[in-house]
Design a protein around this ligand. Sequence first.
Ligand code: ZN
Length: 152
Amino acid sequence: MTTVEEMRGTIQSIADISNYIRGGRGRFTMESQVTGKRLTYQVHSPKKQYVLKDRPLWITFLNGQNEYQFLGTIWVNSLSNLMTFALGKNSKLTLESPCVKGITWLIGRINIKRELPKEMLFWHEGICCRCGRPLTVPESILRGMGPFCSTM
Ligand SMILES: [Zn+2]
């Protein structure tokens, strides 16, 4: 019996990482092979359809108590796919908090299409970036998207 945990996989190219996040329902971990530190984030899409030039993605992160906590919003420009991060209004976190630094660093790389350094791994946590269902087929695990969502 395999578990969802074993179905996670790394995504290497920054373009694929951008796709995974923009899928809107993914869960991912950044892991530094130098420090061993890990940061896990969950992407949420608002049910409401926005007719805005920027599409919001809500981001939660796994805190020290092993709970997902609201972090802020990534606004994705619908034309350029450029991302902007806005910290949640009532957040007690600051721009210096590791989880905030992590996501802004990643978005910065995505925006200038700069590949991650070798020592930084990007893991998807075994769920489809578009529908959030567990991934089971090897090919799906490679790209972080299930067979149905891949054809959309
Ligand atoms: Zn899917």
